[in-house]
Design a protein. Structure first.
Length: 363
């Protein structure tokens, strides 16, 4: 087994090694030699963490400048299965068959120079062939006016305030997002304000400040729609689809019952036939719209991983505010920007649904 196939042997994707700095990894020997499985390990505490944003940007801009077709850059440690990990690597994925070993050596040398600028002389570089594809998933739907035939069933899947969320670790514990916040100062990060107890349930987590300021901290992912909320929302779509199907069938039956149109039809029959035709067209249009929504929801929202919209960035401990009866209970979620259509985003808008009258008053 050569280095290309052995270096990352044991990884599910079976990536081919192109080149890595540092000592060569031992190859299996003998007639019955088998590959030595490798594992990826977390970075944990390392001085690369506080400078990673600036460092990572400098490295990928260098790759772009030399037209290196990179697909990912991951800080990671490698270890033989069951053993202690080695040094930290910048594990760089590149489009297969686009980078020669000599080109990889030159790129690795420049990366080492950039690392040295940050005082990081103990970090190695490894290149592998790799395609990168974002997991297909949901994008929060935009608000639509009440005249939209799907307005009443699409709201749970929209980005309007009150969106139902849940921690991925405990998808049955549900809460709501109540306010969008933009960081400003040239940064494009957007956050969602919600409660702490809904994301870090008491009894499951210590009542400590949680602040994910570096990539080695545990990530607390948050879903748009927990287990029950997703089921209820999907059930509502299915129920509406059944209702519209029933309407279509009923209108067709009534039209058939009036018989073929003739010149001698009674005016009342003509009026009824025209009215039914209008209602049939409306029901068929609504059915088509709801059916399209149902297909999109089942395809893009069906699994929990598809509904991840961000992660907990900061939350203080639960506490009673001094000299008051109020509880400090809040969290900030850093949102995944790709999960939102920012061109159609309405911001901090509450969807009040359809206005109805009650006892002569507008409510």
């Amino acid at each position: 087994m050569d280095e290309a196939h052995h270096d990352f042997y044991g990884f599910p994707s079976n990536p081919l090694s192109i080149y890595h700095t540092g000592p060569a990894w031992p190859l299996p020997t003998g007639p019955d030699a088998r590959g030595i499985p490798k594992e990826a390990r977390p970075v944990c505490v390392h001085k690369i963490a506080p400078v990673w944003r600036q460092l990572g940007e400098k490295i990928y801009k260098y790759f772009d400048s030399v037209e290196l077709k990179w697909t990912s850059i991951d800080p990671v440690r490698f270890a033989e299965a069951g053993k202690e990990p080695g040094p930290l690597f910048l594990w760089v994925g590149v489009v297969p068959r686009t980078l020669s070993q000599d080109e990889a050596k030159a790129a690795a040398a420049r990366c080492k120079e950039i690392l040295a600028e940050y005082g990081l002389i103990d970090v190695e570089i490894a290149f592998r062939g790799s395609f990168f594809m974002r997991t297909a998933g949901s994008k929060a739907l935009n608000h639509t006016p009440s005249v939209d035939p799907t307005a009443d069933v699409r709201r749970p899947f929209s980005s309007t305030l009150g969106l139902q969320i849940a921690p991925k670790t405990f998808p049955f514990i549900e809460s709501t997002g109540c306010l969008y916040l933009c960081e400003g100062s040239g940064d494009n990060r957007v956050f969602l304000l919600t409660t702490r107890h809904g994301l870090l349930p008491p009894g499951e987590y210590a009542n400590d400040t949680y602040h994910r300021i570096n990539l080695s901290a545990p990530r607390r992912d948050v879903m748009h729609l927990g287990t029950r909320a997703y089921k209820n929302a999907l059930d509502a779509v299915v129920a509406k689809l059944k209702d519209e199907t029933t309407k279509v069938d009923q209108y067709k039956k009534e039209i058939d019952g009036l018989g073929e149109a003739t010149e001698n039809d009674d005016p009342g029959v003509i009026k009824a036939r025209n009215a039914l035709a209008i209602e049939l067209a409306k029901a068929e249009s609504t059915k088509a719209s709801v059916n399209e929504l149902h297909d999109d929801i089942t395809k893009l929202w069906g699994t929990e991983s598809q509904r991840i919209l961000g992660h907990v960035l900061y939350t203080p401990p639960l506490a009673i505010i001094k000299d008051s009866l109020f509880t400090e209970d809040w969290s900030l979620i850093e949102l995944i920007r790709e999960k939102f259509d920012w061109d159609g985003f309405r911001g901090n808008v509450v969807d009040l649904g359809t206005f109805r009258t009650m006892q002569g008053r507008l409510v």
